[in-house]
Ligand binder design. Structure first.
Ligand code: PAF
Length: 284
């Protein structure tokens, strides 16, 4: 496995290793890797000639400086995990490499419309502009044929699809199922920040989504949203930020209370200072 930190080294690796027609499957990450990330890299390795991963805690997608500062950084462990599954290339640049002074970034200024004003976009203003900026740059540098994203960040997946469409980047964006702990908690780098009591109870979020899925069978969208909100008021460990049921393709509000197109339930909740998100297809 080769670890590079500059654009020049990256270009040299590609020149030395890539033969005509060979493909790179790419997994962008912010490190603090867990089984969810590894499953993406494994899929990338299976479906491409080379598997590449980036590790970069991207400052432009954090609207809260404390969150950026507290984001777990576990580079040594991350590299060991990637090596153990046979990843070929890791790009781990410093901030100055991705954001050199004076670089023209206007190509990456994409408007995501509705997608950037709801849910994560509403509660983390500017977040998706930062995600689009870094993912767009990484795609231009790495030039993968395929890129793999976890469906846990469901809204991010739709934003990245819009990014590549708008910039005409020739990369296939592949969404991969959420990987969960045995109690149902969606794997996330942020789980490392939960204390023992919060971790013990954190399946509450997944259970709330399951409850919503069961409830929606015999009730309307608004009744189900209300039920989940009510469910959160019955306990004190997690504070609900939002629970929204939306059209799974567009994240628009469903047409009616009895829609026909797929619906996704998206949730964000705080365990103390730790913000957790999760989602589930609720219909069909
Ligand atoms: O999902 C993440 O970890 C980040 O948002 C990403 C896609 C690596 C961009 O920094």
């Amino acid at each position: 496995m080769r670890v590079v930190s500059t654009r020049i080294e990256l270009r040299e690796w590609k020149r030395a290793h890539l033969k005509k027609g060979q493909s790179i499957g790419f997994v962008p990450t912010m490190g603090a890797l867990h089984q969810g990330h590894l499953s993406l890299v494994e899929q990338a390795l299976k479906e491409n000639d080379f598997g590449a991963c980036s590790i970069f805690v991207n400052p432009t997608q954090f609207n809260n400086p404390e969150d950026l500062e507290n984001y777990p950084r576990t580079m040594e462990e991350d590299l060991a995990m990637l090596e153990s599954i046979g990843c070929h290339l890791v790009f781990a640049p410093p901030v100055t490499e991705m954001y050199p002074e004076g670089e023209d970034q206007s190509r990456y200024e994409v408007h995501y419309g509705h997608l950037e004003t709801i849910m994560e976009g509403q509660f983390r203003p500017g977040h998706f502009r930062g995600v689009g900026l870094i993912v767009g740059k990484l795609f231009d540098l790495i030039e993968p044929q395929r890129a793999y994203f976890g469906e846990k960040d469901y809204q991010q997946l739709l934003v990245v699809r819009k990014l590549v469409d708008t910039l005409h980047q020739p990369v296939e964006v592949i969404g991969c199922p959420i990987v969960r702990e045995s109690d149902g908690l969606a794997m996330s780098s942020r789980n490392l920040r939960l204390n023992t009591q919060q971790r013990d109870k954190a399946d509450f979020i997944y259970q709330s989504l399951r409850k919503a899925k069961n409830h929606l069978v015999g009730s309307t969208v608004s009744e189900t949203e209300a039920l989940v909100k009510e469910h959160f008021t019955s306990q004190q460990d997690f504070e609900l930020e939002y629970f929204i049921i939306a059209d799974a393709n567009s994240l628009e509000t469903p047409d009616s209370d009895h829609p026909k197109s797929p619906l996704v339930g998206c949730i964000s909740a705080f365990a103390g200072p730790v913000r957790l998100i999760d989602n589930m297809i609720l219909f069909p």
